[in-house]
Structure formats: structure tokens, C-alpha cells
Design a protein around this ligand. Structure first.
Ligand SMILES: [Zn+2]
Length: 434
């Protein structure tokens, strides 16, 4: 597979760019307001290649250089009991995680594995530069797993509070390191440390929402729905932290809309945050493109209260051109705020009715679906796709051996400055790159 099947288009100035041959092109070089790049594919019609493994059945719409031999992909099926209980006639579940009866085998139990697969497939084979990924939890676990599987040099950076979620279902490769920021650190601190590591020679940043492979990997959820349903859902429900999954869903829907078979089928976004940390919901309620998220004395206290701490990005790609604000506006979308108690009750209802345990973030999404029905945001006869972004981890823990990951690199928040970071990396590099 070559990279000629896609180019990158800047959503700020419209320039069409070729991807970097060694790493990832993440930004346009022109001077203008912040804007995302978007992959533009040579193939304008939706193609499925069932002979390819996992998400690579959608390879025509993935910005990859190679398909990885990994079977994980999202699965889409009609709700057995939750839909009827809620009075919804056409509820479909897009599930990413471990649920053997539905042939769902994303072994880290989260849709973040979709982005890890696409991002790793975007790398040239045999690349010796080291990928740096910052995460609040699930993304880090996904990259530990997929980079290990593919022997891709990587450093995963997480706050210490996420350490318990760092495990793999295969022994970790010695080329894949885990770094933690200790103490009261949160996702934002992990991002700061990740940026600093990525600036060192031999390292490069994964790029988060700026990475088109991350977004189009997550967008395979909507492609899987289009394949299963033969049309776009009218409503798409997902819990968000950064909102990257929401942007990705919207982009996938736009791409499908350019194919005559799906033309004119609007898909409305219903994005859900976990109260009391609601930066995007609050900014959207004011219809403000330029919102300041990082500041505020009580931010860390609010994050510490969350049922789903992965939904805690303090610097989401919201106002950037092509970001969450644009996706909500273009799809006439809605935002919801779900409390911890609502999320727990919704998760328990899902598990008892459908028979699978959910990630806290997916429980928040189910709570959002209930609110959307109660508020009239979704009609009971309409076609709804609930993105269950993670599940099956409690069952997996019983059925599959897991390898807990311990950190090779530890940093205090006060050590997130260049000399300390460079010094610690020097000590580790030789061991990891032999
Ligand atoms: Zn540009």
C-alpha cells in the first residue's frame, strides 16, 4: 500500500499537502488561525475490503501506509433490550471492546485501540524514531498493546492516577516505555510532559486530535454503522473528553454523504460530558467558539470527582477550525451533562439488559441517550447509533491473562522542564533501543 491514496487538506486555508515521509504532518505551515488538517482520499465512494484484517477493511478511507495484521474493529448490532426499555424502536449499538458473542475483540476494551491501529498503520514500516503519546488512560493502554504487537518504538505518558489502567494482554515490547507524572498530575500534565519528550531528538509527537489517522481510526465506528445499516444513523450519541471522537464521527458522516448512496442523510451529534467537569458543554451552551479551558482554580477538584476521569481533557480541540464547535454547529448537534449517579445507574441498566459491563465513559454515554430521549432531542422512532466506546473489561479480566504495566520513567510535576526530561530519557534510551 502506498500513501498516494490520500492527501491532507488544511481546513484554515484550503491548501492540499503531501504527508510527511518519515512521521506525521500535523499542521499547515501557513500563518492563519489554528486549523486541523483533514485527509482527502482519492476514492470518493465508500469501499469495504473484507479480506483485510480489522479496521483495515476500510483502508481506502484510512491515511495509512500499511494494514496491520490485527483483528480488532468496532461492531454494530441492534440493541436487544435497552432500546425496547427506553421505548426506542431503532437503537443500534456500536461496540468497541471485548464481547466475544458479537465478535468484538478489541482486547484493551476501548475504542482508543481504533486510533492506535490507524496511527501505527500510518507509520512507515521499520521506523526507528520513537512515537510519543500522552493519555488520560485508555489511549495509553491501547498504544502499549498495539505498539508492542507491532514492535513500534513508543513512549506512553500518563498521570500516575491512570497507572492502574495500564495493562496489556500480551507481554510488553522492550521498545515500548511507560512514563508517569506523579502526584496530583492530570491529563494536561501528561500532555505537557509528552510535548517535552517529543521535542527531544529521535522522538516525535503522535499529535492527538491533530493526527488525521487518530480521527479516521475513530471514524471507522460510523463506517461500520454505514456498512451494517446501509445508511447513516439520524442520531449519534457519544461521551467525550477532548471531543476527538465526535469530530471523527462528523467527518466520517461527511465523507459518506459525498457518496450518492448516503447523500442527504443528516447525522446529528449528541455529545455527552461527565458533570461536574463540563468545559465543552458550557462553552457550547454559550455558543462561544473561543473558550478558555485551562484556567480556573477548581478545575483539578472537579476532575478528581469524575466517575469517568478519561473525560477530562482541559485543552480540547474545540474552537480550532474543523474542531468540536464546527462539528456541533454543522450537524445541529447537542451537548449533555450527565452526573456520576446518572452514569452509574445507566451503566447498571445496560449491563442487566444487554449483558456486558461498560467503561465509565460508555456509562456516561448511555446516561446522555436517556437525557436526549427525555428532552425530545431524539425521537423514539428515529434511527439512533449509541457509540459504546468501551466495555467488557471486567469479563476480560476473568477470561484473559493481563500483564500490568509499571512505569520505566517517573516525573514529578515540577520536573516537566527540558533539562530534567532530557536527562531521564538519556538513561533509558540505550535499554529500550537495543
Ligand atoms: Zn493552512
Amino acid at each position: 500500500m502506498s500513501s498516494v491514496h490520500y492527501r491532507l487538506s488544511c481546513l484554515g486555508c484550503g491548501r492540499s499537502l503531501e504527508d510527511s515521509s518519515t512521521g506525521f504532518l500535523l499542521d499547515c505551515a501557513s500563518t492563519h488561525a489554528p486549523a486541523l488538517l483533514r485527509a482527502e482520499y482519492a476514492c470518493c465512494d465508500f469501499e469495504v475490503h473484507p479480506e483485510e484484517p480489522g479496521i483495515f477493511r476500510y483502508r481506502s478511507w484510512l491515511p495509512i501506509r500499511r494494514a496491520l495484521p490485527s483483528p480488532g474493529r468496532p461492531v454494530v448490532f441492534p440493541s436487544r433490550s435497552l432500546g425496547p426499555r427506553l421505548g426506542l424502536e431503532n437503537l443500534f449499538i456500536a461496540f468497541s471492546g471485548y464481547w466475544p458473542e458479537h465478535e468484538a475483540f478489541l482486547m484493551t476494551c476501548s475504542f482508543k485501540e481504533l486510533e492506535a491501529l490507524a496511527v501505527c498503520g500510518r507509520l512507515p514500516a521499520g521506523s526507528e524514531h520513537c512515537l510519543v503519546v500522552a493519555s488520560a488512560g485508555n489511549t495509553g493502554r491501547a498504544f502499549l498493546q498495539i505498539a508492542s504487537e507491532q514492535e513500534i518504538p513508543a513512549v506512553v505518558v500518563v498521570p500516575e492516577s491512570a497507572l492502574a489502567q495500564m495493562w496489556t494482554t500480551r507481554p510488553r515490547s522492550s521498545r515500548v516505555l511507560l512514563a508517569v507524572v506523579k502526584g496530583e498530575a492530570d491529563y494536561f500534565d501528561a500532555i505537557r510532559l509528552g510535548n517535552m519528550i517529543a521535542a527531544e531528538e529521535g522522538y516525535f509527537p503522535e499529535g492527538g486530535a491533530k493526527n488525521v489517522a487518530r480521527r479516521d481510526g475513530l471514524g471507522t465506528v460510523v463506517l461500520a454503522a454505514a456498512e451494517a445499516l446501509g445508511r447513516l444513523p439520524q442520531h449519534y450519541v457519544q461521551a467525550i473528553g477532548s471531543g476527538t471522537g465526535g469530530i471523527a464521527a462528523w467527518e466520517a458522516a461527511q465523507r459518506l454523504g459525498a457518496d450518492g448512496r448516503f447523500a442527504g442523510q443528516a447525522m446529528k451529534l449528541h455529545l455527552v460530558q461527565n458533570a461536574p467537569f463540563l468545559p465543552i458543554a458550557e462553552a457550547w451552551a454559550r455558543r462561544e467558539r473561543r473558550a478558555s479551558f485551562v484556567h480556573g482554580s477548581d478545575v483539578k477538584e472537579r476532575i478528581a470527582l469524575l466517575h469517568a476521569p478519561v473525560l477530562s481533557n482541559r485543552q480540547p480541540p474545540y474552537g480550532v477550525r474543523g474542531g468540536v464547535y464546527d462539528a456541533l454547529q454543522a450537524s445541529e448537534g447537542r451537548m449533555y451533562a450527565v452526573s456520576n449517579a446518572e452514569a452509574r445507574a445507566a451503566g447498571a441498566m445496560f449491563e442487566s439488559l444487554e449483558g456486558c459491563d461498560l467503561d465509565p465513559a460508555a456509562e456516561v454515554a448511555v446516561g446522555g441517550l436517556i437525557q436526549a430521549l427525555e428532552s425530545g432531542g431524539i425521537g423514539r422512532k428515529e434511527l439512533v447509533l449509541l457509540n459504546v466506546t468501551g466495555g467488557g473489561s471486567r469479563r476480560l479480566a476473568r477470561e484473559v491473562e493481563r500483564y500490568p504495566a509499571s512505569a520505566e520513567l517517573e516525573f514529578g510535576v515540577e520536573e516537566i522542564e527540558a533539562p530534567a526530561v532530557a536527562g531521564k530519557l538519556r538513561g533509558r534510551k540505550a535499554a529500550a533501543w537495543v
